[in-house]
Ligand binder design. Structure first.
Ligand code: PXL
Length: 295
């Protein structure tokens, strides 16, 4: 019998932006540093992210089906699937199909497996519904893509919207600040879009930020509070979702995965200030990757 592979693999559906530290240029080093194999499925190729005054954007929609077909015919399998920035509304159908085709269910004789083996067989699907930040939608995203992101969110085992994305997914008018009661209501609305676990990131709490973890098994939101250390930057959402995804695929409890992600982003923001990295250039995570290797 063929020996079971022990190193976990995550397919990452996201864009490649050549400058500015986001999406695949974050996911590849971070997931690799955490010891998992990171397998990119590109959605678009950009010269740099859309936060700069100009960018080259090559939509990869037409190439994705052929790319995925080879993965399928070669019989590749993944322990996790993480999705992020999409290049077009048509990619919703392509990514939905990819998830349905590659999502490995619990094995048929799962009642015979040890619990840790059952957990390790299932493909964990993490959907980061990347659409915007601070109440603004990224410039390449069409209204159709924003509306249809709900369809993808419905497939998530773990959904990781920021506040802007949580508002779009629930047709809630954006506010820079929501009270705790309003955040609980936002989570209830998100739970009608996605039946999986939900992590709402970066909710304003004055000198603090909340990441809120919701598990439908108990329906009680867990508010994890972190002191703000510096202004938010592009790419921090990608750092966050990559760490949550890698830890969730390794089998960590979701609240621990979220704490690990929030701690690392916080350290990166402090380092980024120290290095005087320009705001558009994202978070300087490279000097700190060694911390993830020890984790
Ligand atoms: O980090 C989110 C993101 C991903 N991909 C592209 C972006 C952004 C944010 O600006 O422009 C291309």
């Amino acid at each position: 019998m063929e020996k079971k592979q022990t190193q976990k693999k995550i397919a990452v559906v996201n864009d490649l932006s050549g400058y500015g530290r986001c999406s695949l240029t974050v996911a590849l080093p971070v997931i690799s540093a955490l010891g998992l194999q990171c397998c990119p499925l590109p959605t678009a190729i950009l010269s740099n992210h859309t936060g700069y005054p100009d960018f080259f954007f090559d939509d990869y929609t037409d190439r994705m089906p052929e790319y995925i077909a080879r993965w399928k015919s070669l019989g590749f399998e993944f322990d996790g699937i993480l999705t992020g920035f999409l290049g077009s509304a048509a990619q919703i159908d392509i990514v939905e199909r990819f998830i349905r085709d590659f999502r490995r269910p619990l094995s048929e004789n799962s009642s015979l497996c040890a619990p840790e083996d059952k957990a390790s067989r299932r493909t964990v699907v993490i959907i980061d519904p990347v659409m915007g930040d601070h109440g603004r939608v990224y410039s390449t995203l069409t209204p159709e893509l924003c509306i249809r992101m709900k369809e993808l969110a419905a497939l998530a085992d773990v959904l990781t919207p920021n506040i802007t994305e949580a508002c779009i997914l629930t047709d809630t008018p954006y506010q820079a600040h929501f009270s705790r009661t309003e955040l609980c209501r936002l989570l209830e609305r998100l739970a009608s879009v996605c039946s999986g676990r939900i992590v709402v990131t970066g909710a304003d709490a004055g000198t603090f930020l909340y990441n809120i973890v919701w598990d439908p098994a108990d329906g009680i939101p867990l508010f994890l509070r972190k002191k703000r250390v510096a202004a938010e930057r592009s790419g921090t959402g990608d750092l966050f979702s990559s760490i949550v995804a890698a830890n969730a695929v390794k089998g960590a409890p979701l609240a621990d995965a979220v704490r690990a992600a929030a701690d690392f982003v916080r350290l990166c923001l402090v380092e980024t200030e120290r290095l005087r990295t320009p705001a558009a250039d994202g978070a300087a995570f490279e000097p700190l990757l060694k911390l993830l290797m020890r984790a």
